[in-house]
Design a protein around this ligand. Structure first.
Ligand code: XMP
Length: 511
């Protein structure tokens, strides 16, 4: 049987016991890995296989997920993450009842790229030109297909066709390029062949039709170009980027789920601070009843019992991490949590070969921690603060005065806000918590904080740097793929893992 390269390899009983013992009470910075003879001639991410599981039915080419936080993931971040081979989870930081804004974010991602556009914006031939112009303005699309009542293709109307034209009284049919003057293909067509035809016939849009002229879809040169530019992108079966969305565990979450599914969301996330709970049990039971086939990630947990609990309730993926997050104060305020490496090992062993995804959620500050998260148990990793302050993160840039100690001069530095989803600020905006329908804000125990993060460039650069460093880790570990590194690691973990003394830790990571 062929091995699914995206699956975490099976773990041997003897190595499990050794790793459990070695990692108890430990997190990323407690470890360093011993290098092995490298077998790769190039660390190029284009040739090193990093495929991994997000959830039971979703595979990623790159093991990175942007966190469902309202200062991290909305459509711009989700688009970049999916283009780079990971995925973004749109947060639920919209007030109860405010489902539309979240749905629109999902739609923006799903409409950003296509293989074949199956439902391109369309007008009727007898429609007024004014109507077509309004549709173009509202949808920001420069080309409309012209369809009759039976969805038969009659022509194509572009912005250029309307330039300098007196629209009063004019109809779409007066200005469109009629179907007999268009390059049209009968039946389905893959991108390779479509590109050849479009070059040959010098067109940028190629409608696909049935034998009797009904529209099947539209292929655009822009989509073909984009697909070639980002070959590792996470796409659905229609060639659209994949995206996830969080829905919470109480209140409007089932209605929200229904709307998001209708908008084409690929995976939903039900996460609350303490996912091993009665609140989660009720939520998952109701969810599974209503949506037996929708891909679902649940969290957060950090123990073997917690992981099995979510698995048994039908989760396709679990988020592991109680308290390691950058914007998180749970451990400080409650004294509960599990050091992240211990949590990952326990949860990995608990889910065994069930095929669900283990998402290592939180605490990845150095790029090198990503490799550790993926070896000790994560199929992929979720990151929040790593992407805070980037161009794609939501929120305004504010300029703050910062004193330069050397010159004693102050300069204005651009910042963006990162806040924990359980911070008072985020809760106040959302007014929706997991364990109460009506909330007394003052009575709430916040478990997150708000911090300012210097504004920096695109999240795409950060993802690419992280991926390059992960490929270097694979090279240092004597493997040529993520799966290969995991196999070597779990075959004999003791030869890889070095538990550091305090001074070794300083030597490794304090700079
Ligand atoms: P990083 O370290 O990447 O972690 O910023 C992102 C994860 O942090 C979690 N998160 C929180 N945890 N209180 C918490 O206890 C919070 O307010 C909070 N906000 C986010 C979340 O799991 C996220 O993916």
């Amino acid at each position: 049987m062929a091995t699914d390269r995206s699956l975490f390899p099976p773990l041997s009983k003897s190595s499990m016991a050794a790793v459990v013992e070695m990692t108890r009470g430990c997190t990323f910075d407690d470890f360093i890995l011993a290098p092995r003879r490298s077998i790769v001639v190039s660390r190029d991410p284009a040739v090193i296989d990093l495929s991994c599981r997000l959830s039971r039915r979703i595979t990623l080419n790159r093991p990175i997920v942007s966190a469902n936080m309202d200062t991290v993931t909305r459509a711009p971040m989700a688009i970049v993450q999916a283009e780079e081979g990971g995925i973004g989870i749109i947060d639920r930081g919209f007030r109860p009842g405010e489902i539309d804004p979240q749905v629109r974010e999902v739609e923006k991602v799903k409409r950003s790229q296509h293989g074949v556009i199956s439902d391109p914006y369309a007008v009727a031939p007898e429609a007024a030109l004014e109507e077509a112009a309004a549709l173009m303005a509202a949808s920001r699309v420069g080309t409309l297909v012209v369809l009759d009542g039976e969805r038969k293709l009659k022509g194509v109307l572009t912005q250029r066709d309307m330039r300098f034209v007196d629209r009063a009284g004019a109809r779409v049919a007066d200005r469109m390029t009629p179907v007999d003057r268009l390059v049209v293909h009968e039946g389905d067509l893959d991108h390779e062949k479509a590109a050849r035809l479009m070059v040959e016939r010098k067109v940028k849009k190629l409608p696909l039709v049935t034998a009797d002229g009904r529209l099947l879809g539209l292929i655009t040169a822009r989509d073909i170009t984009r697909q070639r530019q980002v070959p590792f992108a996470t796409r659905d079966r229609h060639g659209r980027l994949m995206v996830g969305a969080a829905i919470g565990a109480t209140g409007d979450y089932l209605e929200r789920a229904a709307e998001l599914v209708r908008a084409g969301v690929d995976v939903l996330v039900i996460d609350i601070a303490h996912g091993h709970s009665i609140v989660m049990q009720r939520a998952l039971e109701a969810f599974r009843k209503a949506f037996p086939d929708v891909e679902l990630i649940a969290g957060n947990v950090a123990t073997a019992e917690g992981a099995r609990f979510l698995l048994d309730l039908g989760a396709d993926g679990i988020k592991v991490g109680i308290g390691p997050g950058g914007g998180c104060t749970t451990r400080i305020t409650t004294s509960f949590g599990v050091p992240q490496v211990q949590a990952l090992v326990e949860c990995r062993l608990a889910v065994g070969e069930s095929g669900i995804g283990v998402i290592a959620d939180g605490g990845i500050k150095r790029h090198g921690s990503l490799a550790l998260a993926l070896l000790f148990g994560g199929d992929c990793a979720m990151l929040g603060s790593a992407f805070a302050g980037t161009e794609e993160a939501p929120g305004e840039v504010v300029h703050k005065s910062v004193l330069i100690p050397e010159s004693q001069k102050s300069v204005k530095v651009p910042f963006k806000v990162l806040r924990g989803m359980a911070s008072l600020e985020a809760i106040r905006d959302r007014l929706d918590v997991e364990d109460a329908d009506r909330v007394e804000l003052e009575a709430l125990g916040a478990e997150g904080m708000e911090i300012s993060v210097p504004a920096r460039g695109s999240a795409r650069t950060i993802v690419r740097d992280m991926i390059k460093h992960l490929c270097s880790s694979i090279s240092y570990g004597g493997a040529d793929s993520l799966r290969g590194l995991r196999e070597q690691f779990w075959r004999d973990p003791a030869t890889f893992v070095i538990k550091q003394s305090e001074s070794a830790r300083r030597e490794s990571y304090d700079r």
